[in-house]
Design a protein around this ligand. Structure first.
Ligand code: NI
Length: 256
């Protein structure tokens, strides 16, 4: 399995980092993608990538919830560090109007700038969208360049998935929410082809059942895969194989 969204550099793992990584590997996680957030977590993320070559792959980007007064400097940080190393993606980027609408205009500007950067550099994007679906589509239209990537933590409808597919070469990232009781996303997942799905945890957040409410970690991606298998009525191995191929295609893991 490939966990396409895991913040293993988070301080939540300070005490048991090595054990957490071992559990992920033992469970069958072959690789994981670490999305960037802002300058404050950048060094910790890069340190994890250096400690786990061929396993933990870093992305770079400015997260919408971190857009505030100093957004210009934070965006500049992305440009300044762009040539440091081969990033697997630009992310996580997007819009979050649940968090705050104060910087809505700036969120849009920063998102559009990073979408353009991704198109220019031929990198996938990892999109964070919360209460901002129309604004996200507006930015994709505005940038109007061929894009590929992941709609991370997707919990939308099948109809929204169809609009995402029409907007570019996108996958939807399915995480722990699919395991929650009465989660609407399970009904959409039933109809979304496996070929368009990526597994993710968003660890340390959005912990799947049976650990809901506790700290999440990459090893729990298997509960997400098991739930998708159950919802779609296919074998766990099929979910594992197809979603691993999807992630490898998107992040070009086998083409470097
Ligand atoms: Ni995240």
């Amino acid at each position: 399995m490939i966990d396409t969204h895991s913040h293993i550099y988070d301080e939540a793992y300070k005490e048991d980092f090595d054990e957490m990584i071992s559990r992920a590997r033992e469970t069958g996680v072959e690789r994981l993608v670490m999305p960037g957030i802002d300058s404050s977590c950048h060094d910790d993320m890069v340190a994890c990538a250096d400690a786990l070559p061929g396993f933990a792959y870093p992305a770079i980007g400015l997260h919408p919830t971190e857009i505030g007064e100093n957004w210009r400097e934070e965006l500049q940080f992305v440009y300044d560090h762009f040539d440091d190393r081969p990033w697997v993606a630009i992310g996580e980027i997007g819009m979050d109007l649940y968090w705050s609408r104060e910087y809505q205009k700036e969120q849009m500007e920063v998102f559009c700038a990073q979408l353009s950067l991704a198109a220019e550099k031929d990198l996938p994007v990892i999109i964070h969208a919360r209460e901002a679906t129309e604004e996200i589509f507006e930015c994709l239209r505005r940038v109007a360049k061929p894009l590929r990537g992941s709609f991370h933590a997707f919990t939308g409808s099948y109809e929204t998935y169809r609009r995402i597919k029409a907007a570019g070469d996108f996958y939807v990232g399915i995480g722990g929410v699919v395991t929650f009781k009465n989660a609407h996303i399970a009904q959409a997942v039933e109809r979304i082809p496996l070929e368009d799905i990526l597994l993710e945890t968003d660890a340390p957040y959005l912990t799947p059942v049976p650990y809901r409410g506790k700290r999440n970690e990459s090893a729990y991606v298997r509960y997400v895969a098991e739930k998708i298998a159950a919802v779609k009525g296919v074998a766990f191995e099929v979910v594992n194989r197809v979603t691993t191929e999807n992630a490898a295609d998107l992040f070009r893991f086998f083409k470097k």
